[in-house]
Write a protein that binds this ligand. Structure first.
Ligand code: ADP
Ligand code: ADP
Length: 242
């Protein structure tokens, strides 16, 4: 089934055309990359796909629903979660508290809320504790549960950001430059984490680090000047001349 389908997306900011006719179809279960030079329109496309920005024209379908005119929280309710370009964890809160935030965000935005919505606070707390344990194990953060996020190494904070997004057990996970600023070891750990969470999920990654795209993505889209240049397997895409 189709996870994300964008058809002829155009986005103009005043006189600037950020996207000029981008179409793509991502199948459920794919890990899909979006690459291209600075200013190409990657962030704009990403924000449109996860419902934060509305296109000037064109259609977007997420998990079979037309989300082109939906409010961002309604798009999230379809089963979408994202991380942000900057780490975006609460530095003064513990790892566990950050996950609680992810749980509340996903509660408000639906996914977990639908599961436990009508049950008691205690059932709700139990569901949170259980999911938090799973996410701590997945992200390798068991030992850091009660540490302040701000004292963790940068790569660990970025894993936590993925953990916060995973609290909702989203069907589609959007990662915005997840490996930016990571060293080699951190990047390798990160690739392992994404491989571990990929089964049963669709993942879209905007990323500058071509090693990450090569290691993780089945296909990648190259955007240049707001236009799609090529969609193919990374080894073919990365040989494509500029
Ligand atoms: P920035 O200036 O933002 O760092 P780059 O020009 O380095 O952006 O491009 C980001 C990545 O996208 C680079 O690794 C580059 O190889 C890749 N890329 C850009 N344009 C193309 C293209 N036409 N075909 C294949 N890869 C491309
Ligand atoms: P990328 O993520 O590939 O670096 P962006 O999507 O950020 O590219 O930007 C694409 C183009 O749209 C750029 O020319 C950028 O200056 C422009 N742009 C992006 N956001 C805005 C905005 N809010 N207002 C005006 N222009 C914007």
């Amino acid at each position: 089934a189709v996870a994300v389908r964008a058809t002829d997306i155009v986005k103009r900011y005043g006189g600037v055309t950020a996207l000029n006719g981008v179409s793509l179809t991502v199948t459920e279960g794919e890990v899909f990359g979006i690459i291209g030079p600075n200013g190409a329109g990657k962030s704009t496309l990403f924000d449109i796909l996860c419902g934060i920005t509305k296109p000037t024209s064109g259609a977007i379908e997420v998990l079979g629903r037309d989300v082109g005119h939906m409010a961002p929280h309604a798009v999230a309710r379809t089963g979408v979660a994202r991380t942000f370009q900057r780490t975006a964890v609460f530095a003064d809160a513990t790892v566990f508290e950050n996950l609680r935030y992810g749980r509340h965000a996903s509660f408000r935005h639906g996914v977990l809320g639908r599961i436990v919505g009508s049950s008691s606070c205690r059932a709700d707390e139990q569901a949170f504790q259980e999911r938090a344990r799973e996410v701590l194990a997945l992200t390798g953060l068991d030992g850091d549960r009660d540490r302040r996020a701000g004292v963790l190494a940068y790569g660990v904070q970025r894993r936590l950001a993925v953990g916060v997004a995973l609290m909702a057990d989203p069907k589609i996970l959007f990662l915005d430059e997840p490996a930016a600023g990571m060293n080699g070891r951190e990047t390798a750990d990160f690739i392992a984490l994404i491989r571990a969470v990929a089964p049963g999920r669709t993942i879209l990654i905007v990323e500058h680090d071509m090693a990450v795209i090569r290691e993780l993505c089945g296909r990648a889209l190259v955007v240049v000047d707001g236009r799609p240049v090529v969609i193919d397997e990374p080894q073919h895409v990365l040989r494509h001349p500029e």
